[in-house]
Write a protein that binds this ligand. Structure first.
Ligand code: GRF
Length: 232
C-alpha cells in the first residue's frame, strides 16, 4: 500500500507539454504542498521542456533515440527520475510504454492522464475511435500506472457530450481543455485527502473508491471532494 503525495512531483512528457504546464502553474499558484520539481522528456524536440524552464522548473531530456536497447534507455530514465527524489511521477503526454521492470521502483507512485473515458479506448487515436464507435460521451481519465497499458485503477475522470458536428479535431481540443482542469484537480485532491493505492484498489480517506471521481460532480477543480465521500 502506498500513499500518493505530490510534494515532489516529476512530470514525464514527449512533446507539447500543455498538461505539464497546467500542472506547474496550478502547483505554483494554488495547490498546497505540491511542487513540480522536474520535467523529463524522452525527445529532444519536446516543446514542454522550454515551457518548464520558463517557469523555473528543472527540465531534462533523456533521449530514447540515443539508446540502441530499450533497457538501457529505461535505466537512464529511471536514474534521471530517481535523482529528483520524487514522491509522485506524472505521465502527461509521455508517448512510450515502459516495461514492467522499469516501473517496479515507481509502483503506487506513478499516474497517467489519458484522453478517453477508460476503460474505453486504451492506447492511441482515442478521439477518432470515440467518434467511429458512435459514443455519446467522451473525456479524459487519470489512473495509476501498471504494466498493462492504460489499464491501472482509475482515480478521476472528466466527461463531455459528443456533439453531432464534433470532429476528431474539435473533440481533441475540447478534451484537452478538460485535461488541463482534471490533472491539477486530481493532484490537488492528494493534498486535501489521503489517497492510497493498494494493488488495484484506490482508497480515498481510507474508503475504497468504487467508481472514478467525476470532475464537477465528485471532485471540485480545487481538489476538494463533493457529495459525501468523506468530503474534506
Ligand atoms: C494529451 O491529450 C494526453 O492526454 C495524451 O497526450 C496529450 C499530450 O498533450 N496522453 P500535452 O503534451 O500535455 O500538450
Amino acid at each position: 500500500m502506498s500513499v500518493l503525495s505530490a510534494q515532489r512531483t516529476v512530470v514525464l512528457i514527449s512533446g507539447r507539454g500543455s498538461n505539464a504546464l497546467a500542472l506547474i502553474q496550478a502547483c505554483q499558484t494554488r495547490i498546497q504542498s505540491a511542487e513540480v520539481v522536474a520535467v523529463i522528456s524522452d525527445r529532444t524536440d519536446a516543446a514542454g521542456l522550454s515551457l518548464a524552464r520558463e517557469h523555473g522548473v528543472a527540465a531534462q531530456c533523456v533521449p530514447a533515440s540515443a539508446y540502441a536497447h530499450r533497457g538501457d534507455f529505461e535505466q537512464a530514465l529511471n536514474t534521471a527520475i530517481d535523482a529528483a527524489q520524487p514522491t509522485l511521477i506524472v505521465l502527461a503526454g509521455f508517448m512510450r510504454v515502459l516495461s514492467a521492470e522499469c516501473l517496479v521502483p515507481w509502483q503506487g507512485r506513478m499516474i497517467n492522464i489519458h484522453p478517453s473515458l477508460l476503460p474505453r479506448h486504451r492506447g492511441l487515436h482515442t478521439h477518432a475511435r470515440a467518434l467511429a464507435a458512435g459514443d455519446a460521451e467522451h473525456g479524459a481519465s487519470v489512473h495509476c500506472v501498471t504494466p498493462e497499458l492504460d489499464a491501472g485503477p482509475i482515480i478521476s475522470q472528466a466527461r463531455l457530450t459528443i456533439q453531432p458536428d464534433d470532429t476528431d479535431r474539435t473533440l481533441a481540443e475540447r478534451v484537452l481543455a478538460l485535461e488541463h482542469r482534471l490533472l491539477p484537480a486530481t493532484v490537488a485532491l492528494l493534498s486535501h485527502s489521503t489517497v492510497e493505492v493498494d494493488n488495484e484498489q484506490i482508497r480515498i480517506n481510507h474508503a475504497p473508491l468504487a467508481t472514478p471521481l467525476y470532475l464537477g460532480l465528485d471532485l471540485a477543480d480545487d481538489g476538494r471532494l463533493l457529495r459525501g465521500m468523506g468530503a474534506s
